[in-house]
Each structure stands twice: as structure tokens, then as C-alpha cells.
Write a protein that binds this ligand. Structure first.
Ligand code: NDP
Length: 275
């Protein structure tokens, strides 16, 4: 069965829109982008459109690629103390001369809509989650849409980035899964993936995971976004994997739309925490 991320995201956005309308909430997201990376520009535009579609105000602060660390930090400080701003999103990656960790430390954790500050990452680690990163939240939402009780299941996460792999593993651990994290130095990857009731793949390698890596009837979540010959493909080879898995996300229209929906949900949750 294909897990329809686009439909799930639409459902979530409708719920958010209803709440914003009914309670007449005035929410504002500010996206800070440095430089003119074309992929980042598209992502930022999509986030702005998503905000508009649910009645949330959004603003883009575009800084030149030559921006210094000090100017970026000061911009984030100013937004952090601006009472009219409910959420701040720093579009990553930054140009090479800028330090991401340092910049993120200038975002007020109560406005950290991406859940990437040390404070919010720590809360996730301690199972006191306030705001978790959007893609992992979207992944968990999709898994629970087909199996609400994950207790005791074997979950294998391939990839250990701070943005996707690690927080996904932590969310699954908080759901009482038995979690294994694999990465590029893992020996005999297949030995681990074949034990997975839930397999999440976030490595950025087109069609790397084929059907022979997958346990029968596993739930497979493909996070990868890879451009091959002008087409977007995932990290999982859909054709062979979909014959073995019980449920699988497609690429596109799987995890991608959920990431944007979760951004809106995080903003709404932050608003509630701020008030
Ligand atoms: P990173 O490059 O930050 O991390 C990749 C991870 O994969 C690393 O931990 C790396 O291991 C691991 N890895 C690489 N090759 C292998 C291998 N052969 N076997 C096992 N593990 C391997 O990527 P991200 O986590 O940021 O993103 C992963 C993918 O997800 C990308 O395609 C990205 O575009 C996509 N993505 C999609 C989103 C969405 O909304 N759908 C959002 C964010 C990302 P090591 O740590 O040892 O180097």
C-alpha cells in the first residue's frame, strides 16, 4: 500500500487552517535566507505559499551571499526579540563561510520552528519534546497513519544527520520502538535492515535500498530527494521495495509534503507555548 504523503499533508493543513480561522489567530513566520542557491529559493517560496494557504502571515528576509556571521547573528537576534514574530526559520545550508551552529544559537528556542536549536534537540533527547524537526515529525506522522501503536517494533533508521536521521531515531525511541541507527560506516547494512519492521532511509543515494534489503511486510519510509536525469527519485528503489513492504512512501508525494505541513503545525504549537 502506498502511503499518500500529499493527502496526509493536505488533511493536516486543513485542520490548521480551521484552527487559525476559528480562533482568529495572528501568526507570523519569518524565513531567513542567505545567498541565491536556486533549490533553497524554491523551498523558501513553497513555505511562503503554504503559510498563505492556511492564513498565516510570512515574510522572507533575503541576505546577500557575502553577509558576515555578525550581520546574520544580529538579524536572528532582532527577530528573536520582535514580539510580532512567532517563528523563525533559517534556510539551510548556509554559504560555506558561515557557521550554522553559531547562527542557530541566535534563534530564540520558543521561535525555533525547525526544532534545530540545542535546547529543543536536548528536550527531544530527554523526551520532553517541545518542538522537533519538521521532516522527522512528518515521518512519524506517516508511520502512525498506518500503524498507531509502534511499541516494541524494530525500527531501523539509515542515516544519522542532525536534521533527519538522529531526530527520527529519537522520536521512534520515544514511541517505545527498538531502534538501530545505521550510517556510512555500518558493516553489512542488509543484516540490520532485514530486521526492520519500520525502515526509514535518509542517505541521499538514489535507489540505494532495493527489495532484498527489506523485511516482508515492513513499513518503508523513503526520505531521499535525488535529482537523476531531470527526475526526482528517492533512496529506495520503489519497484522492488514495494513488492516486499506492507506500506511504502513514494518520492515525490511522500515525506516532502509532510515536512511543509509539519512546519505549519510547529508554528501553531510555538504560538500556543508563547501565549
Ligand atoms: P546528510 O548528507 O546530512 O546525511 C546522510 C546520512 O546518510 C549520513 O549520516 C551518512 O552517514 C549516511 N549515509 C550515506 N551513505 C550511506 C550508505 N551507503 N549507507 C548507509 N548510510 C549512508 O543528508 P540528510 O539527512 O540531510 O538528507 C538525506 C536525504 O533526505 C537527502 O536525499 C535529502 O535531500 C533528503 N531530505 C528530504 C527531506 C524531505 O522533506 N523529504 C528533508 C531533508 C532531507 P555518515 O554520517 O557516516 O556520513
Amino acid at each position: 500500500m502506498i502511503i499518500d504523503g500529499k493527502a496526509e499533508a493536505q488533511k493536516l493543513k486543513e485542520e490548521i487552517k480551521q484552527e487559525v480561522l476559528e480562533k482568529e489567530l495572528k501568526l507570523k513566520l519569518v524565513v531567513v535566507i542567505v545567498g541565491d542557491d536556486p533549490a533553497s529559493q524554491i523551498y523558501v517560496r513553497n513555505k511562503k505559499l503554504a503559510c498563505e494557504s492556511v492564513g498565516i502571515q510570512s515574510e522572507i528576509v533575503a541576505l546577500e551571499s557575502s553577509t558576515t556571521q555578525n550581520v546574520l547573528n544580529e538579524t536572528l537576534d532582532k527577530l528573536s526579540s520582535d514580539p510580532s514574530v512567532n517563528g523563525i526559520l533559517l534556510q539551510l545550508p548556509l554559504p560555506k563561510h558561515l557557521n550554522e551552529e553559531q547562527a542557530l544559537s541566535h534563534i530564540n528556542c520558543l521561535k525555533d520552528v525547525d526544532g534545530l536549536t540545542v535546547s529543543n534537540a536536548g528536550k527531544l533527547f530527554l523526551n520532553q519534546t517541545m518542538i522537533a524537526p519538521c521532516t522527522p515529525l512528518g515521518i512519524l506522522h506517516l508511520i502512525k497513519s498506518v500503524n498507531p501503536n509502534l511499541q516494541g517494533l524494530n525500527a531501523v533508521v539509515v542515516g544519522r544527520s542532525a536534521l533527519v536521521g538522529k531526530p527520527t531515531a529519537q522520536l521512534l525511541l520515544n514511541e517505545n520502538c527498538t531502534v538501530t541507527i545505521c550510517h556510512s560506516k555500518t558493516k553489512n547494512l542488509k543484516k540490520f535492515t532485514l530486521l526492520a519492521d519500520i525502515l526509514v532511509v535518509a542517505i541521499g543515494k538514489p535507489k540505494f535500498i532495493t527489495g532484498d534489503y527489506i523485511k516482508k511486510d515492513a513499513i518503508v519510509i523513503d526520505v531521499g530527494i535525488n535529482r537523476v536525469d531531470g527526475k526526482i527519485v528517492g533512496d529506495v528503489e520503489f519497484e522492488s521495495a514495494s513488492k516486499i513492504a506492507s506500506h511504502i512512501t513514494p518520492v515525490p508525494k511522500g515525506v516532502g509534503p509532510m515536512t511543509v505541513a509539519m512546519l505549519l503545525k510547529n508554528l501553531l504549537n510555538l504560538y500556543k507555548l508563547q501565549n
